[in-house]
Design a protein around this ligand. Structure first.
Ligand code: NDP
Ligand code: HSE
Length: 436
């Protein structure tokens, strides 16, 4: 059978890893795909830069349009990143009737609705398994393996760089900047690492997960996003003492009044498996009404783990290249005309438990004044702890763990508490998910 010809845009961390895996495992991959898969061309910015892969058998160019316009290329693999050029190249590839594989979560989260409509029109596939959670096949699992379920919850550690930083800071006390620099050197971080540490990358991925889980259009602008840069080691320590771990979690939850999409640091009971996912590893918990809870775990970033997912998508295209386009797995798991614009909840309507820490003067009666504000808002308290002042501190920390409530109620209680004379500064609020 005729071999499938691949053109790769970008031979950096993921592009180099992809070319390597395709070369090294060529025989195994061919036995799976039913035909040979051959990289014939790739584009880079700098021809002189050393590559992770052997480029001797392919044509290298600095013009990515040459790849997209090459009539011999069947599949364009977009591994440049960013939105502008990548989008133009992808739409041109689709227009040229080529199938596309991409790891670009920003592009899919922001422009996926338009890209999939164009692909649908042309009868080509756009596959993006590597865009979410690196090497874990979470998209395939939700889109195909869990297709019989009504999905209720997707909650995951979906940024490897952020998890690597949190783990190294907690376990080794390393400074934030040092660990981030190491994550960049290891090829985990985005070109702009604020995407990792401010939760934007996780929000891109959550946008995609929410769409395929609930059958809604991609809506990145509706994801509530908080990063890890404001997280203090004090709260990491107090959380541990209370039996929790703090993880940077993406949560997409369906309830009868709408969908919650949020990314933020989260306290999770330390005994949960997901609380023990460390380093660059990712894990995604998916709850379906039929299957119950499932947990999907693996490397969330890096050259070959990500390449593993890119290559799987290439194999999928190779297997279905002659199939009737209407019989392929829909891009967003649900048939395009069956996507529903469910309401997305605002922050005030989010429902979960909360960790709240207040720094207060050590005077009699403060605790009961604070408690009264929670009672006024009908918020039940699960636990209260008072921490003695540390050396050089002249205040005490009072920590409340609430029961499940809405964020609106909690914000109203905080506002009242922050206006009290004996309360020193802004409250620390971290959401708690029990995931049971
Ligand atoms: P790199 O920066 O390592 O590689 C980018 C590649 O694209 C390089 O080969 C670069 O050329 C080329 N390139 C960049 N800009 C241009 C341009 N303007 N014109 C032409 N070529 C260009 O990025 P990654 O491999 O890390 O990431 C690629 C994509 O994969 C991104 O969308 C990223 O979000 C995603 N991703 C990354 C993961 C990871 O672990 N790194 C994991 C999952 C997804 P040159 O080498 O000559 O500079
Ligand atoms: N920068 C991303 C991360 C790459 O650290 O998770 C994988 O998507």
């Amino acid at each position: 059978m005729k071999s499938i010809k691949v053109g790769i845009l970008g031979l950096g961390t993921v592009g180099g890893g992809t070319a390597n895996v395709l070369q090294r495992n060529a025989d195994e991959i061919s036995r799976r795909a039913g035909r040979n898969i051959e990289v014939i061309m790739a584009s880079v910015r700098d021809l002189a830069r050393p590559r992770l892969c052997d480029c001797s058998s392919l044509t290298l160019t600095t013009d990515p349009f040459e790849v997209v316009n090459n009539p011999d290329v069947d599949i364009v693999v977009e591994l440049i990143g960013g939105e502008t050029l990548a989008k133009e190249l992808m739409l041109l590839a689709i227009d040229n009737g080529k199938h596309v594989v991409t790891a670009n979560k920003a592009l899919i989260a922001l422009h996926g609705n338009e890209i999939f409509a164009a692909a649908q029109e042309q009868g080509v596939s756009v596959l993006f398994e590597s865009a979410v959670a690196g090497g874990i096949s979470i998209i395939k699992s939700i889109r195909e393996g869990l297709a019989g379920n009504r999905i209720e919850l997707v909650a995951g550690i979906i940024n490897g760089t952020g998890n690597f930083i949190l783990t190294e800071m907690r376990d080794k006390g390393r400074p934030f900047e040092d660990v981030l620099a190491e994550a960049q050197a290891l090829g985990y971080a985005e070109a702009d690492p604020t995407f990792d540490v401010e939760g934007i990358d996780a929000a891109h991925k959550l946008t995609i997960l929410a769409s395929i889980a609930f059958g809604i259009p991609l809506q990145f602008d509706k994801v509530y996003t908080e990063g890890i840069t404001d997280l203090s080691l004090t709260d990491v320590d107090y959380a541990e003492q209370l039996g929790y771990r703090i993880k940077h979690l993406g949560v997409a939850k369906a309830s009868k009044d709408g969908i919650e999409m949020r990314v933020h640091p989260t306290l999770i009971p330390a005994k949960r498996l997901i609380a023990n996912v460390d380093g660059v590893m990712n894990a995604v918990m998916v709850r379906g009404d039929a299957v119950g809870n499932t947990l999907h775990y693996g490397a969330g970033a890096g050259a070959e783990p990500t390449a593993s997912a890119v290559v799987a998508d290439i194999v999928d295209v190779a297997r279905t290249i002659t199939a009737d386009p209407h019989n392929r797995v829909p891009h967003l798991a649900f048939q395009p005309d069956a996507l529903i614009d469910l309401p997305v909840k605002s922050q005030d309507a989010f429902e979960c438990a909360f960790y709240l820490r207040f720094e207060v003067n050590d005077v009699a009666g403060v605790m009961s004044q604070l408690s009264a504000q929670f009672a006024d808002q009908n918020i039940s308290i699960e636990a209260i702890t008072q921490k003695e002042p540390k050396v050089d501190e002249d205040f005490v920390s009072v920590i409340f763990i609430t029961q499940r409530t809405t964020e609106g109620r909690v914000n109203r209680a905080i506002k009242q508490i922050e206006s009290m004379a004996d309360v020193r500064k802004k409250a620390i609020k971290i959401r708690v998910e029990h995931l049971n």
